[in-house]
Every structure is written in C-alpha cells, then in structure tokens.
Ligand binder design. Structure first.
Ligand SMILES: NC(=O)c1ccc[n+]([C@@H]2O[C@H](COP(=O)([O-])OP(=O)(O)OC[C@H]3O[C@@H](n4cnc5c(N)ncnc54)[C@H](O)[C@@H]3O)[C@@H](O)[C@H]2O)c1
Length: 419
C-alpha cells in the first residue's frame, strides 16, 4: 500500500487517541455499525481532503466500514496529527498522505495522490481538491459522481464556481447543515481556538483585551468563550446587522485601526483577505498576539508584516516575534494558519460527531441520488439534519416533549385567533 506519513512507529499512540475520540462520537459510531451491515458505499472510490485528526480518522473508519475505497490527504499543511496519520495507515489500512509542516509543494503532491485515485466522490474541507481537479486535472471529472464540502470558505468557493457555470458535478454543502455550523463552527471553533492560543502562548486571558474579527458562527463562539474566561472582548464586523448583534450581545464594536491600539490578542475568523494589514500593524500595541482561525492563512497580511519588520525570530514553537522599526513587537501564531488545528487539536470529538455524521450520511445520499442531481451546490437534506439532532440528543441522554395532536392542529391552523 502506498502512503506518505511522518513515522509509522507513532501508529500505536495514534490508535489509542483515535479510540479516545471515538468514545465521544456516539452518533458516528451508530452510523458505522449500520454501514458495516449494509455497505452503502461498496467499492466507491473517495478522495478525502480533510484535517487529519483523530475525529477524521473515525470518519474514515466509518466510510471504510461502508465499503468505500479511500485515499486521504491533508486540507492544511499544519493541521495533521502525525500519530493519527500513522495509525490510519498501520491499523486501519487507509492510504494517507499527510505530514504536519509539509511545504506547499508536498501539500499539493499529496492532493494529487488523492486525485490519482480516480475518485468517484470528493470530500473536501476548503475545496482544494475540487479546485485542483477543475483547474488542472479535468480528466479526473470523468469518474466523479459527486462530492461533499465541510467548511464555510469551501462552500463560498463552490457557490462562486457554480455561479460561473464552472462546477461540473453536484456537491453537498455539509457546512450548511444546522447540526454542523450551529455547533461545530460556534462551540467547536469557540473552544478550540482559545485552546490553540493558550497552548501556544500560555497567556492569561482574564483581564486582557481580546479582539475578534468576524461575528459569524465561528466569531460568535470565540467571543462567547473568551468573554467567559474574563477577557474584555471587542468585535469587528463589516455587516451592520452582525455588528448590531455583537453590540446587543454586550461586546464593544469598533473599527480595526481603533482596535489595533488596544488588542492584547487578536483573532480573525472571517474567511476574508488581509483583515489585519498595514494600517493595523502601524499602530498595534507592543506585544500584541495575532492569529487566525479562518480557513486560509490569508486573513493576516503576513508579507506586509514581514516587510514592515526589522527582524523576526521564533520565540516558542509556532510563535514568531516581529520587531518593528520603533521597537514594538508583534507575535504571530502558527504562520497565520488555523490556530486551533496548528497549536491545539482542532474541535473536540463530541462536536465533530455531528459534523462527520453529516459527512457520512451525505456520502451515502450522494451515492443514492447523484444521478438525479445537476452540477451545483446542494444543502444537506432536512431529514438527515433532523435525524442527527435527534440521535445526538438521545446519546446525550436528553428527552424532549412532542406535540400533541391538538397542538399540531392548532399550530397548522390559520383560523384560531384571540379568544
Ligand atoms: N478553525 C476552524 O476549525 C473552523 C471551523 C469552521 C469554519 N472555519 C472557517 O472560519 C471562517 C468563518 O466561518 P463562519 O462559519 O464563521 O463564517 P460566517 O460567514 O458565518 O462569518 C464570517 C463573518 O466575517 C465577517 N467579515 C467578513 N469580512 C470581514 C472583515 N474584513 N472584517 C470583519 N468582519 C468581516 C462577515 O460579515 C461574517 O459575519 C471560514 O473561513 C470558515 O471556513 C474554521
């Protein structure tokens, strides 16, 4: 079996961690059990490009139990857990191409290995495989019936492709499931981003001014959790509605230049470009820590920071210090890449349980329905989303009430009014 991982001797440690995560992924485990019996993905070749974490390993196990023939590569050069990658190869027989810290050339070589698998289905986190196939390897389109996409930024890229008429096959936007973005993006990113900042810096958040760029699903989570740890949270937005929501949620809202003068820690989660740039670097507080938890490392203008700095050095693993001409220093975490995955372990298993249940069920849905779907971006079917919510509640031991027939009738009626 061909593969490219850092060190197979890490495989036993990886297996133990994969099993640890599995204990907290009961919804995915129940799908795996059904897949093992029904084999809904029998013989389906999948190119999966995801963060190679313990949770992803449990998704790969589930797809493999369903009969899929998978090649997995990393969806970010810094997010791979090398012991997980080793275990996937050694213990689970999944062809994996991922090494933490791989350079850009290796990153794309690994993606090309997944494409060389002649996939019938793509499973992306950020649309790099879809982008690569459409731009450089159109011959791979011949076998592809459909795909899935995990994250907001990937969905935005795919919708842009579809609007241009460039997208050649149907893709389900897993991110758009309620059981994905309401939980993964908010509670997952909220917790794991702060985990990344803390593990990288060991700084106290209480009493510090922590700036969050973007008040979408991820930003809400980061702001909420930082506030819970005693940080003085400032939110930056460009959407008036979301800015207003942040104000009413109790945060200070201001412009980036104003915030730059106050930020002790500044986290971007916008999916946008150059959100922290020259004007902010020029006035930033001495010792400010900046990092990104959005998908691409484009949210901080690192080339500009490098050009403005008189010197740079690594002061801790994945913490780079940039000295400015006036003596101020700015600390950049993880080269501007997803701080939660580069400096910590990404989202906890319990939330990825729902995201990856969506991935597994959408893969099954695609096999059953691809023939009837035109190229385009599709939402997750409502029954899948609602089914996952129901199952998750059950696994959490939470029971809820159901509508009585009388209530159902009342809620569906337009004749009832003031009595
Ligand atoms: N770190 C992770 O593990 C993780 C998990 C899920 C999503 N993501 C990524 O995080 C990013 C955000 O995802 P989301 O689901 O919160 O998206 P979202 O669309 O819900 O929110 C993004 C917000 O950023 C705002 N924004 C855009 N440009 C801005 C700017 N220049 N300044 C301030 N605000 C700006 C938008 O108005 C929007 O409210 C995406 O790149 C997504 O792929 C990362």
């Amino acid at each position: 079996m061909d593969y490219d991982v850092k060190d197979l001797s890490l495989a036993d440690a990886g297996k133990a961690r994969i099993e640890w995560a599995d204990r907290d992924m009961p919804v995915l485990a129940s799908i795996r059990e059904r897949f093992a019996a029904e084999k809904p993905l029998a013989g389906v070749r999948i190119a999966a490009c995801l963060h190679v974490t313990t949770e992803t390993a449990n998704l790969m196990r589930t797809l493999a139990e369903g009969g899929a023939d998978i090649v997995l590569c990393a969806s970010n050069p810094l997010s791979t857990q090398d012991e997980t990658a080793a275990a996937l190869v050694q213990h689970y027989g999944i062809r994996t191409y991922a090494i933490k810290g791989e350079d850009t050339e290796t990153y794309y070589r690994h993606i090309d290995e997944a494409i060389a698998h002649n996939p019938q289905m793509t499973m992306d986190d950020g649309a790099d495989v879809v982008g690569r196939i459409h731009a450089e390897k159109p011959e791979a389109l011949e076998h592809i019936i459909g795909g899935t996409e995990e994250t907001t930024t990937g969905v935005i890229r795919l919708k842009a492709m579809a609007a241009d008429g460039a997208l050649k096959y149907p893709i389900v936007a897993v991110n758009d499931a309620m059981t994905k973005h309401l939980f993964d993006n908010r509670y997952g990113t909220g917790q794991s981003t702060l985990d990344g900042v803390i593990r990288a810096t060991n700084r106290l958040l209480a009493g510090r001014t922590l700036v969050v760029s973007g008040y979408g699903w991820c930003g809400r989570g980061v702001a909420m959790r930082a506030s819970g740890m005693g940080a003085n949270v400032v939110v930056l937005e460009i959407d008036p509605l979301k800015a207003l929501e942040a104000v009413m949620d109790g945060y200070r809202v201001m412009t980036a230049v104003e915030a730059a003068k106050q930020a002790d820690i500044w986290i971007t989660v916008t999916g946008d470009l150059n959100v922290i740039g020259e004007s902010a670097f020029a006035v930033m507080k001495d010792g400010a820590i900046i990092c990104n938890s959005g998908h691409f490392n484009a949210e901080i203008n690192i080339p500009k920071l490098r050009a403005m700095a008189v010197s740079e050095r690594e002061v801790r693993p994945l913490v780079e210090e940039f000295k400015m001409a006036d003596g101020r220093v700015i600390y950049l975490l993880a080269d501007g890449r997803l701080v939660n995955l580069a400096c910590a372990e990404g989202h906890p298993a319990n939330v990825m349980d729902m995201s990856f249940a969506n991935q597994a069920l959408c893969a099954e849905y695609m096999v059953k329905n691809a023939e009837s779907l035109e190229p385009g971006v599709y939402g997750v079917p409502e029954d899948i989303d609602a089914g996952i919510a129901k199952l998750k509640l059950e696994t959490l031991g939470v029971s809820i009430d159901t509508l009585t027939p009388e209530q159902q009738k009342y809620l569906a009626s337009w004749q009832e009014g003031t009595v």
